[in-house]
Design a protein around this ligand. Structure first.
Ligand code: F3S
Length: 76
């Protein structure tokens, strides 16, 4: 299982994540990315079908704004 979040304070709106994983990441009005599956709460188990895209996007992000972990993120 994988879960993901974008740290918007690090995102520079480069657009790679939405290009590589369009079923996971979308952009807000400022072009900053977020996880569209769970409104960036990091609570949604990423469907297996999208796992390769998920890893590609995380590796492509130039600012390491994308975090992936195997448990749901702490709500804070
Ligand atoms: Fe932002 Fe990184 Fe995506 S800079 S647009 S989170 S690839």
């Amino acid at each position: 299982c994988y879960y993901t979040k974008v740290d918007k304070s690090l995102c520079i709106a480069c657009g790679s994540c939405g290009a590589l994983a369009p079923d996971i990441y979308d952009y807000d009005d400022e072009g900053l990315a977020y996880n569209a599956l769970d409104n960036n709460s990091g609570q949604a188990n990423i469907p297996t079908l999208f796992e390769d895209d998920l890893i590609d996007a995380r590796e492509a992000c130039p600012t390491e704004a994308i975090t992936v972990q195997q448990t749901p993120f702490d709500l804070s």
